[in-house]
Design a protein around this ligand. Structure first.
Ligand code: 5GP
Length: 226
């Protein structure tokens, strides 16, 4: 986040809080249609220090989706090559296609002190959180009702009836993992759910371990007292 505490134009020389931050991994999961993608993309758009991890997938692009914006669309062979070359941080089979997180952009973002948001299923969230437990924050988004979820999937009109039913079935499995998450948001109202997600992100950013500049800052405060 850009509005960190303690910043004042007069002591701008080498503000440690601009550079010394330890990036966090914000893992957002939900059944398809619960609004996770809209919430995630808006949070990223509103925070310069938060980068969206763009996954690779073997599923076909939906109308309006663009290469490199929603996903990197891969053939089975291309995806398999990425797996074999160790280019993916994690991957999982979801809805009869394969989805995976390219490793290099995530590492580059963390090296640059940025945070990374992942729009991934429970398997991916579990895998990333296992590898980086101290840096991971898991958020689960629930729909307000099952009929609402079904309505949203139909309104989206991007998938066949068969795929929608498959996604709804799989949504039940996804929801079964809600208790593994640090936070749960019921997306009854988008603005409210978005505010809740923003509060979670803000609070997690303020944990002492994510702000390595704090000890030096506090030492400075103590010296100033005399
Ligand atoms: P969709 O096809 O609706 O875009 O995504 C289907 C599911 O795959 C969603 O639950 C989404 O969060 C998940 N997903 C997208 N990218 C990844 C990824 O890189 N890894 C994993 N494990 N799941 C992903």
């Amino acid at each position: 986040m850009s509005s960190d505490p303690g910043s004042h134009p007069a002591d701008d020389a080498a503000k440690p809080w601009e550079t010394q931050r330890r990036g966090l991994l914000l893992l957002v999961s939900s059944p398809s249609g619960a609004g996770k993608t809209s919430l995630s993309r808006r949070l990223v758009a509103d925070h310069a220090d938060l980068i969206l991890s763009i996954s690779a997938t073997t599923r076909a692009p939906r109308p309006g989706e663009e290469e490199g914006r929603e996903y990197y669309f891969k053939t089975e062979e291309e995806f398999e090559r990425m797996v074999q070359a160790g280019e993916l941080l994690e991957w999982a089979e979801v809805h009869r296609a394969r989805y995976g997180t390219p490793k290099a952009p995530v590492m580059a973002a963390l090296d640059a002190g940025k945070d990374v948001l992942f729009d991934i299923d429970w398997q991916g969230a579990q895998s990333v959180a296992k590898h980086a437990p101290a840096d991971s924050v898991r958020v689960f988004v629930l729909p307000p009702s099952w009929s609402d979820l079904s309505r949203r999937l139909h309104a989206r009109a991007q998938d066949s009836e068969e795929i929608i039913n498959f996604r709804l079935d799989r949504g039940r499995e996804e929801i079964g993992h809600w208790a593994e998450y640090d936070y749960v948001i019921v997306n009854k109202n988008f603005d409210r759910a978005y505010a809740d997600l923003g509060h979670i992100y803000r609070a997690e950013r303020m944990k002492p371990g994510r702000n390595p500049w704090l000890p030096e800052f506090v030492t400075g405060l103590a010296e100033e007292r005399t």
